[in-house]
Design a protein around this ligand. Sequence first.
Ligand SMILES: Nc1ncnc2c1ncn2[C@@H]1O[C@H](COP(=O)(O)OP(=O)(O)OP(=O)(O)O)[C@@H](O)[C@H]1O
Length: 226
Amino acid sequence: MTTPVISLREVSVTYPGPPPVHALVGANVAILPGEYVTVVGPSGSGKSTFLNIVGLLDEPTSGTYELNGSDTSTLTEKERTGLRGHDIGFVFQSFHLLNYRSAVENVELALLYNSTDPSRRTELALSALHQVGLDHRVNSLPNQLSGGERQRVAIARAIVGNPSVVLCDEPTGNLDSRTAKDVLDILRDLHQQGLTIIVITHDPGVAAQGRRTLRITDGHLREESA
Ligand SMILES: Nc1ncnc2c1ncn2[C@@H]1O[C@H](COP(=O)(O)OP(=O)(O)OP(=O)(O)O)[C@@H](O)[C@H]1O
């Protein structure tokens, strides 16, 4: 049987408050290698909370989260940080690029804290930028790039370390519809190459791209029926 990349069992997150907020309630889900999953739900329903758990940015109040079959609750903070850097790529709505670093430098920085041989960083960063169609812009600064190009740099940064999963939080939220389509096309191509992708979105058009959709309502996660 294939080991899921992500496996949540009865995962709950309660923010202490007061009053306490039950942001995620008994979530159960397994995501297999190569799946493209979209996560939808109204504002305040628990999508970011879910992303923070899966991205090892926060810990469940109760329940079990296994990443590639390993229980993450036993990790030290240092091990969690190491695993996050190695296994998870993040793409955010607002790109999160360093303004005074070129595209290739921004991508290389993702390799700074993992086990990549330092002499290979530039080569790998250039290859990731090639994958997102930015060969001609590798030396540009973020403010010399369009929004869509910035997001492509961010995707290159997310994939350069060959992560187990790429987590995207409203990846097209700051883009016009044509540019958004370019970014979605790149995510679809990466999925076709075997990457596991999770996209959180409010946008039905973005959600439709996923092969599988999870809906969160008031902290309750369920499969969206087809
Ligand atoms: N640090 C926190 N302390 C207390 N409550 C929190 C905290 N973070 C989030 N919440 C609450 O938990 C619930 C879920 O929030 P979450 O950010 O996960 O929702 P979301 O679906 O991502 O919303 P949005 O689409 O607006 O980003 C909300 O009621 C929110 O107010």
